[in-house]
Design a protein around this ligand. Structure first.
Ligand code: NAD
Ligand code: ZN
Length: 403
């Protein structure tokens, strides 16, 4: 027994009464987001640097997971990764073979995937000082990121996003998730990555539709945070619509920076409040994505529709000057988005627009009161707590008129 501990007899009477002791500490997160090309060229040291950014003296073990779509589009990738680790073998070790996983949303729907990933991490003896590195689209990053976050209560996770959406939005953030019980992103964590490496070479091999999809997220952040960026998008729309490398790289970088600023400076990185400003245009988008079958609308395509609809709604609500909605519509159309889907007019058994259920879903996901971001100007988001059904109906009619 500890000699200094008081005996029962000497305890003060208040020792046994109720007490509340507030535990409080802050944890700082900092992770590099690298923009580069040819990250697996042995002379490119970004990956080496992030792996060695702590404990530079030791040899670092890395389990690598690759999106099957990426491996197929870039048949030399596996060899390049092996050569990279071989060239820097003194400092880093590729543990076993890189694991190829089926990419796209199906991986997040696969109920077996997370246990399979945990088994692989265990077989490779990945510990809390070694790494799970994922190369792929947002879906693969979400799934591997989730497995890495729960394995040993969290191992270091490095992301190589390979889509425009991954590089300009999801990959630089702090979330991961898989779908469960048929519900999107039902299970996941907030877990900042160890590092993010955005390699432009992956974008070159992406199908055009995927390239376009990620651009709607850049339009979104320009509208809520940076009017100058929106004007830049307008001025460069023809080159962007041709997917030219230089403007597309700038679009990705600027959009990623704005997303990062929102997470770091927005005051709610782990989304405990009711607002999700980065989800401008998303209440419609999430619902439309679910209503259309067989991935007819991708996330980015649905977001483009949601952005345009909420721009016109913002005009009807007296928040955005008339005519600015047309600028938004023109930009998105010029980028190649089709701002219409017949599901917008679907009504439920009670005769209500089915898409309006998206508002209830949004509120339910966040908890608390309904909070929707609208526009008070180009580059200026504003939060509202009520959405008027009549104006939504009028906004849908406006989209149909402008087909
Ligand atoms: N965690 C977050 O904060 C966050 C935010 C937004 C979206 N997301 C998630 O991201 C997912 C969507 O991600 P996405 O749009 O990147 O698409 P995706 O991951 O579904 O990939 C789309 C397709 O492209 C292929 N692909 C990926 N990169 C390629 C490349 N370079 N070359 C050739 N093919 C390639 C994939 O194999 C797949 O078939 C959704 O599940 C969404 O929920 C997550
Ligand atoms: Zn989105």
């Amino acid at each position: 027994m500890n000699a200094r501990a008081p005996s029962i007899e000497t305890l003060a009477p208040d020792t046994v009464s109720d007490s509340v002791q507030v535990q409080s500490f802050a944890v700082e997160y900092a992770y590099p987001v690298v923009f580069t090309r040819h990250a697996f060229d042995p002379i490119n040291t970004h990956l080496l640097d992030v792996l060695r950014r702590r404990e530079a003296h030791k040899r670092h073990r890395v389990a690598v997971f690759i999106d099957g779509g990426v491996a197929q589009a870039l048949p030399n990738l596996l060899g390049q990764i092996q050569a990279y680790f071989g060239a820097h073998a003194e400092h880093i070790e590729l543990v076993g073979e890189a694991v190829i996983l089926q990419g796209g949303e199906d991986c997040k729907n696969d109920p077996e995937l997370i246990s399979k990933l945990l088994k692989i991490l265990s077989d490779k003896a990945i510990d809390r000082h070694s790494y799970a590195l994922a190369i792929g689209g947002g879906a693969i990053l979400d799934a591997v990121g989730y497995a890495a976050a729960i394995f040993h209560r969290g191992v270091r996770h490095i992301r190589f996003p390979t889509t425009v959406l991954g590089q300009d939005d999801s990959g630089v953030g702090v979330k991961n998730a898989v779908n469960w019980l048929g519900l999107k992103n039902l299970v996941g964590t907030f877990a900042p990555p160890w590092a993010v490496i955005n390699d432009g070479v992956f974008i070159d091999s992406l199908p055009e539709r995927e390239k376009r999809c990620g651009m709607s997220e850049a339009v979104k952040v320009s509208l809520i945070r940076d009017g100058t960026f929106f004007t830049w998008l307008e001025n460069n729309v023809q080159a962007l619509a041709r997917f030219e490398t230089v403007p597309l790289s700038y679009l990705i970088k600027r959009s990623a920076q704005i997303h990062m600023n929102q997470i770091a400076l927005g005051g709610d990185p782990f989304e405990s409040g009711s607002a999700r400003p980065l989800d401008y245009g998303h209440w419609v988008a999430h619902k439309l994505e679910r209503m259309t079958v067989q991935h007819e609308l991708s996330h980015g395509e649905a977001v483009a529709i949601g952005i345009a609809l909420d721009a016109h709604y913002s005009v009807l609500a007296g928040l955005l000057p008339a005519g600015e909605d047309l600028r938004v519509h023109r930009l998105l159309t010029s980028l190649g988005f089709k701002l219409w889907n017949n599901q917008l007019e679907t009504r439920n058994a009670k005769g209500q627009l089915a898409v309006l259920q998206g508002l209830a879903d949004f509120r339910e996901h966040l908890g608390g009161e309904l909070t929707i971001t609208l526009l008070a100007g180009i580059g200026k988001g504003i939060e509202v707590h009520e959405i008027n059904d009549t104006w939504v109906t009028e906004s849908i009619a406006w989209l149909k008129q402008h087909l």
